[in-house]
Each structure stands twice: as structure tokens, then as C-alpha cells.
Design a protein around this ligand. Structure first.
Ligand SMILES: Cc1cc2nc3c(=O)[nH]c(=O)nc-3n(C[C@H](O)[C@H](O)[C@H](O)COP(=O)(O)OP(=O)(O)OC[C@H]3O[C@@H](n4cnc5c(N)ncnc54)[C@H](O)[C@@H]3O)c2cc1C
Length: 651
């Protein structure tokens, strides 16, 4: 049976294929049913009828969703026995009460949440749910920093929902089993969740949709993780292939019209008053292995030291606060040029209202800059590095990109009246980079690997485990690179240019290790780890796609020195070097041995000797890249097999 919604009415066409009652050998029959209703939500009632008739799913290929169309349930069921009889009158009456499951995955917020709006629309009860998927909860897949940020975000979401008369139920288990089981057990006829473009999510969601549809539940999947619907962006791409140049992307984005407005505010969420969380969990039996927001330790992770972890709390409340404090800094926004921001800036207090681009290093400086008393400054200041550090909040959807966009636009258009930096370097330009990579990822098969990836140059990288481990464990012997990697390990975050430095060093700059290996480490360690942004930027930095000037290499000594002559950043993250004189801090191996001894840091004993001679290594890398580019141009690159053995997840 397949259902198709007519353009203006809730007309459905069903094709039910079934055998006659009681006879396994009788010929299969097809029954065509056309059902119409003036009630716009009739689709769900018809689906419910199908479920009651014990119709079971039929596999058939899923058509691609037309651009801009909502993600509705598609029905595909066949008769399991008995003669179907429709009693639409009864079902039409049943439509009046909706029971929704609102499934949170990313989009961990109550503002600008179209799935929440839809779940509440005409509903008698809505149960917000988050399913802690064991696939993710593994230290080798998701680092402790990211997981802690997620758990904090879930607690915050629960508090926000409670203020609306509802609450978040966190279930532990496989979402492909948990969500359909919950729909059935809790007698819910509507499932709402935010569209997710990641391959893992796409596969999971297709399976959940299919199961939900078989049960007869209506499924709504609005778009709110990106500025535009990526399907719509993709439909505007020549041959359905996303551009690899930002300027071409901007043309496509502009052709899609303005960024859609944010979803309306939802003041109250009707609770499932007939059941407690305990009841609901019990009804799911052994499909769930636990419930509630656990601690890191309960999930088998070691506790994070008090001074480690992402320096700000996870969740929508903190994310919106930080967004709005940042938006208060109108001068900062006017002057924001990403390449001019300082990757060595430590998190320090910054001023609120109107503050400019130069960040005071300490609360004292902040007070002086404000020419006021420090108490007043304390109230307005907040801790931040050189850029917004909103990436983890965007990654988990604690802050909506459209809220960010529209509130930023008010500052740019109304306060600054157009006098501000412009894309690609501006803040607005950063959100457009995000969108650029989302489109690239969505429209490129095998986006996260070199093999079979249409846009990725074939380069004979190695999987050199010794080099990879030294880079990953912050022991390359280049303090600037190691300090950045230590910041990643401890805080789960790095400034964009620090990411440039370490990614270039691992791949085309010095070590010639496969970008996929570096991306996997980032994917595990970053609080903001994002499939589209991470793999895209790794392709950029390794000159595999998007950027091709492979002869422009970041110096692992000179680059950091340009920003931080004294090496304050290095001293913070590499305490072994804290007493090394500034003259040698970027190249401690050049310090005379008595200087090393006096600083308490002998190279080769207290801190490693450099893993390569940069001058030699970078020259060799450039030669290899030149050869690979030549082969690409001549069409002889073929499918390159990288040298060595690829590390498996968790190794
Ligand atoms: C090798 C490498 C890997 C990266 N991996 C990730 C990742 O997994 N997740 C991630 O969020 N970012 C990633 N980035 C992009 C960028 O470094 C971070 O988004 C940024 O540093 C986050 O800090 P911020 O929020 O202060 O950025 P801001 O400069 O304040 O920018 C605001 C927002 O714009 C978006 N943005 C900024 N720069 C980029 C960019 N180059 N590409 C796409 N979107 C951007 C982010 O969502 C960011 O939060 C990677 C960059 C490199 C070079």
C-alpha cells in the first residue's frame, strides 16, 4: 500500500496488496483505495487504520524528497491477512487528539525549534525524548569533553522543558528500536524531529521512519540545523554537484532567497499526564538499558579533572547568553575578520556592550579599558577566546544557526548600518562557511574519505602510526604544534588558525600522514566535532579539495611566534617549557644545554626532540604534492592506496 498526498487536499491513494483471508495459496490481489478528507491531519488517521488492519511494511525504494517539501511519512504496507475494511468515520473522530514524541538528537534547544512547534500542534500530550545511543558512547569514538558538554546540554534542556510544563526523558538504547517501541507502547501517533544530514543519522532516521510508518505514526522532520534546507540548495547546483568554491556557493545561497525566519515561541508543552517517566520507561521493557542523564563515570569514562574540559558550560541557556553578549560587542562584530583573530589568545574576560576587537588580557585591563570600577566590568564581562567559541553550541544545536543569523543581521543592518567587515572573513561569512560545508557534505558521496570521493585529490599519504601518535599525543617536539594539540586534548577546542597549523603539519606540511587519520582524531576530541565541517576543513588543509596552493606551508615555528612572542600559550599547555626563555620557546632544541638545564627542560629528556627537520620534510611533502597534482592533471592519478595500515576506531 502506498500513500501519496495530493497537492492541496489531504487526499491519499492507497494500493493494498493482499492475499484472500485464510488462504496462503490464493492469488495476491491489489486493492486501490482513494481516501479524501477536509481534515488536514487525515494522513495520520489513515495510517492508523492501516496499522489496525495489521498491515506490515513493504520494502520499496525511497524517492528523494522534493526540495522544500516537508518530510512526511510515506506509507508502504501490505495486507497481513483478513479483508481490509475502512471505517473512516470512526478514525476521523480519533484524529482530534494527538500524542507526539518529540525526539531530540541535535537541536538541543527550545528556541527556534520547528519540531517542537509541530509536536505541540493540536496535541493532547507531547513526550520529549533523547536516546543515548551506545554507538556514540565510547571513549574511542566520542571524547570525554564532548560527552560532558552533551550531558550538560541535556540537563539544561530538561530544565527549559520543565519551565514549559514538560520534561525530557533520556532513554539509553538503540534509537532504531527505542523510538518505534515508544510510539507503540505510549500510543503515540506522531513523531517529530529535526532533519539531520549526517550519513549515520540518515541511515538511522530512514529505519526509524519506516518503523514509525508501519505503526501508523505520522512523521515530521523539519529543517533547522542549517540556514537553508540543504535539499533546496542542492537542487540549485549544476548537475546536482555542490560547488567547491565559496563564491559559487554564495550565488546558490542567494538564489534560495532570504534565510527562513525562526520558528515561533512555544510557551507550554502538554505533558503526558497519564504516566510518570518511570511508567514510560517500564513500558519499553528491555528495549532500553537505562534512563536519565548519567554521569561520565556511569558511562565508563574517567572523571575529567576540574581544570579541564571546554571552558564554558554546555546547553542552550549558556549558548544564548554567550551569543547575546557577543552580539552586544558591536565594534567587535564590525571589525571581525577571521584571519586577523589571534589563535594564541587564551580565554580571558571580554567586555560586553559596544566593546571593540581588542580583548583585554585580564579583568584589570578590562576595568581600565572601561574606565569604570571592576565590579561593573565583572557584570558585563564574560570569558572568551578571540573568536566566538559558539561552535559546540551550533554543533549540538543549543544555539540555532537561524537565530544567530537573524540577530546578527539586526546588528549589521540596524546598529552598524552596513559599516562592517564582509564575507568570507566576517562573522556572517563564518556562518556561510558552515553552510558551504553542509552542502558539500550532503551532496558528495564518500565525503569523509579519499577513496570514491569525487571532489578529493588522490594523494599517496601514509598511515604512519609513529608519526600520527606523536602528533596526537602532543609530542612532535615542536612546542607550537604540541601546545595546540594539548589544548585540544584538555579542552576539546582550538582556534581555527591553530587547527590550520596542526592539520597542515600532519599532512602536506611535514608528516605526510593521511588527512583521514587527523580528521578521526579531531572527530573524537573536538567538542564541536561536525561531520561536514571537520572533513571539509581537513580536505582544505591537506590541499585535497577547496584549496590548492600546496607550496604555501605554515611554519611550525614561525606561525605561532607571529602572534605570541613570549610563548604564553605554550607555557600554559606545555608546563615542561614554562621556564624556557622566550628566545628558545618555539625551538627549545636550539637552546644551549645549560639554558635547557636552568629551565628544567632538557630536550630529549623532559621534552621531545623535533620529529622531523621542517626544512627537509616540507620540501619533500611539496614534491610529493606536486607529483600528485601532475598525475591529477594528466588523468593518471587513478585510485591511490595510502601507504601502511589504517588505524581502526579505538586503536
Ligand atoms: C582541520 C579543521 C577541522 C575543523 N573541524 C571542525 C569541526 O569539526 N567542527 C566545527 O564546528 N568546526 C570545525 N572547523 C572550523 C573552525 O575551525 C571552527 O568552526 C571554529 O574555529 C570554531 O570556533 P568559533 O565558534 O569561535 O568560530 P567563529 O569564528 O566564531 O565562527 C562562528 C561559527 O561559524 C562556523 N565556522 C567558522 N569557521 C568555519 C569554517 N572554517 N568552516 C565551517 N564553519 C565555520 C562555526 O559554526 C563557528 O562556530 C575545523 C577547521 C579546521 C581547519
Amino acid at each position: 500500500m502506498c500513500g501519496r498526498k495530493g497537492p492541496r487536499t489531504s487526499e491519499l491513494h492507497f494500493l493494498a496488496t493482499h492475499s484472500c483471508a485464510g488462504s496462503a495459496t490464493s492469488p495476491r490481489r491489489s486493492l486501490y483505495i482513494r481516501a479524501t478528507s477536509h481534515e488536514p491531519r487525515a494522513t495520520i488517521a489513515y495510517a492508523a487504520i492501516a496499522a489496525r488492519l495489521r498491515l506490515v511494511p513493504l520494502a520499496f525504494p525511497r524517492p528523494r524528497r522534493p526540495p522544500g517539501a516537508p518530510h512526511h511519512a510515506r506509507l508502504a504496507i501490505r495486507a497481513a491477512g483478513g479483508s481490509p475494511a475502512l471505517d473512516l468515520g470512526t478514525e476521523d473522530r480519533a484524529m482530534a487528539t494527538k500524542r507526539s514524541i518529540l525526539w531530540f538528537r541535535k537541536g538541543l534547544r527550545v528556541h527556534d525549534n520547528p519540531a517542537l512547534v509541530k509536536a505541540c500542534d493540536g496535541a493532547s500530550a507531547v513526550q520529549p525524548v533523547f536516546v543515548l545511543d551506545p554507538w556514540f558512547v565510547k571513549p574511542e569514538r566520542v571524547g570525554a569533553n564532548r560527552l560532558r558538554f552533551l550531558l550538560e546540554s541535556l540537563e539544561d534542556l530538561d530544565a527549559s522543558l520543565r519551565s514549559k510544563g514538560s520534561s525530557l526523558l533520556v532513554l539509553h538504547g538503540d534509537p532504531e528500536r527505542v523510538i518505534p517501541a515508544a510510539l507503540e507502547a505510549w500510543r503515540c501517533d506522531r513523531l517529530c524531529y529535526e532533519f539531520d544530514t549526517e550519513p549515520y543519522a540518515q541511515k538511522r532516521d530512514a529505519a526509524v521512519n519506516e518503523a514509525a510508518e508501519a505503526i501508523g505514526a505520522e512523521v515530521h522532520v523539519p529543517v533547522a540545523h542549517t540556514l537553508w534546507d540543504v535539499e533546496k540548495l542542492l537542487s540549485k547546483c549544476k548537475n546536482g554537484e555542490p560547488p567547491t568554491a565559496y563564491s559559487s556557493f554564495l550565488k546558490i545561497a542567494h538564489s534560495c532567497g532570504p534565510v527562513p525566519p525562526v520558528a515561533p515561541h512555544v510557551p507550554n508543552v502538554p505533558a503526558m499526564e497519564d504516566h510518570t517517566h518511570g511508567d514510560l520507561v517500564k513500558m519499553l521493557g528491555d528495549v532500553v538499558t537505562g534512563s536519565g542523564v548519567p554521569t561520565l563515570e556511569q558511562l565508563g569514562y574517567p572523571a575529567l579533572p576540574i581544570d579541564e574540559g571546554f571552558p564554558a558550560r554546555g546547553g542552550e541557556t549558556e549558548g544564548l547568553l554567550r551569543l547575546r553578549k557577543m552580539l552586544d560587542r558591536t565594534e567587535y562584530i564590525a571589525e571581525f575578520k577571521k584571519p586577523a583573530t589571534n589563535p594564541t589568545d587564551l580565554w580571558a574576560p571580554v567586555l560586553g556592550k559596544g566593546a571593540g576587537g581588542t580583548k583585554p588580557a585580564t579583568p584589570f585591563d578590562a576595568a581600565k579599558a572601561k574606565k569604570g570600577n571592576p565590579k561593573e566590568v565583572d557584570a558585563e564581562a564574560f570569558m572568551a577566546p578571540a573568536t566566538t567559541a559558539l561552535s559546540p553550541y551550533l554543533k549540538f544545536g543549543c544555539v540555532s544557526p537561524r537565530t544567530f543569523w537573524h540577530e546578527l543581521r539586526v546588528v549589521l543592518d540596524q546598529t552598524l548600518k552596513g559599516k562592517h567587515s564582509k564575507p568570507p572573513e566576517s562573522l556572517e561569512g563564518q556562518l556561510l562557511w558552515r553552510e558551504f560545508y553542509y552542502l558539500a557534505a550532503y551532496g558528495t558521496p564518500n565525503y569523509d574519505r579519499m577513496a570514491g570521493n569525487r571532489i578529493c585529490r588522490q594523494i599517496p599519504w601514509t598511515w604512519d602510526e609513529t608519526r600520527l601518535a606523536a602528533w596526537e599525543e602532543a609530542r612532535t617536539g615542536f612546542p607550537w604544534i604540541d601546545a595546540c594539540m594539548m589544548q585540544l586534548r584538555k579542552e576539546g577546542w582550538m582556534h581555527h588558525l591553530a587547527r590550520h597549523a596542526v592539520a597542515c603539519f600532519l599532512t602536506r606540511g611535514d608528516l605526510f600522514v593521511h588527512w583521514e587519520a587527523g580528521a578521526a582524531v579531531f572527530d573524537r576530541e573536538l567538542v564541536d566535532a561536525d561531520h561536514a565541517l571537520n572533513n571539509g576543513n581537513w580536505m582544505w588543509l591537506s590541499c585535497s579539495c577547496f584549496f590548492y596552493q600546496y607550496f604555501r606551508v605554515y611554519g611550525p615555528v614561525s606561525f605561532g611566534k607571529k602572534y605570541d612572542k613570549d610563548g604564553t600559550f605554550i607555557r600554559k599547555y606545555l608546563p615542561a617549557l614554562k621556564d624556557m626563555p622566550a628566545k628558545y620557546i618555539y625551538e627549545p632544541w636550539t637552546a644551549p644545554i645549560d639554558v635547557q638545564k636552568k629551565a628544567g627542560c632538557v630536550v630529549g629528556v623532559d621534552y621531545p626532540a623535533p620529529i622531523v627537520d621542517h626544512a627537509v620534510a616540507s620540501k619533500e611533502c611539496i614534491e610529493k604534492l606536486a607529483a600528485a597534482y601532475k598525475a591529477h592533471k594528466e588523468g593518471t592519478a587513478g585510485n591511490i592506496v595510502a601507504v601502511g595500515k589504517k588505524r581502526k576506531a579505538g586503536e
